[in-house]
Design a protein around this ligand. Structure first.
Ligand SMILES: *[C@@H]1O[C@H](CO)[C@@H](O)[C@H](O)[C@H]1NC(C)=O
Length: 160
């Protein structure tokens, strides 16, 4: 039994596909947080509009339980600290749902711990996934990444 499970885990590892997709960052805007975000007044929030396209059906095989797909912002803040922030994610449970066309904006609050995006270097964005198998270990992959980093603009005041 253990041998069989090991063989399944190994074979699905060997045949793991490496699908590629597209990722466009349509816009990045920075606003001061409003009261309803329950943060201090000076905190800034970034809003990222994106367009993700990826055909992840090759990742579904006999040993695929589900996929965890996420969009990450990668940047170095003004103190030189590297950050990887998940701003959007989706769980894909069925092969029929694995063709991804997602136009939208970040689902999770995107803030800098220092409270401001001023003097933060432009960020890269990457579309990554974990494949959760029935048997064996998680595998990781990257479906897309921005070619050029995207700058954080100056904070705007809210137009209400
Ligand atoms: C999203 O990207 C795809 C592929 O590049 C493109 O065909 C589609 O028109 C884009 N959608 C929007 C709303 O920009």
């Amino acid at each position: 039994m253990m041998c069989l499970l090991a063989a399944i885990a190994l074979s699905s590892f060997l045949f793991t596909a490496d699908p590629k997709g597209g990722l466009q960052i349509a816009s990045v805007k920075v606003y001061p947080a409003s009261k309803r975000h329950h943060t201090s007044k000076k905190q800034e929030l970034a809003f990222v509009n994106f367009n993700i396209t990826a055909d992840l059906t090759p990742l579904f095989h006999w040993n695929t339980k589900q996929l965890f797909l996420y969009l990450e912002a990668e940047y170095t803040n003004s103190q030189g600290v590297k950050n990887e922030v998940v701003i959007w994610d989706r769980i894909v449970r069925r092969k029929e749902d694995a063709v991804i066309n997602a136009v939208g904006k970040n689902k999770y609050m995107f803030r800098e711990l220092s409270s401001t995006f001023k003097n933060v270097a432009p960020a890269h964005y990457a579309l990554k996934y974990n494949v959760m198998p029935y048997v064996g270990v998680l595998t990781y992959g990257q479906a897309a990444r921005t070619v050029e980093p995207v700058a954080f603009p100056e904070s705007q005041s809210r137009v209400s």
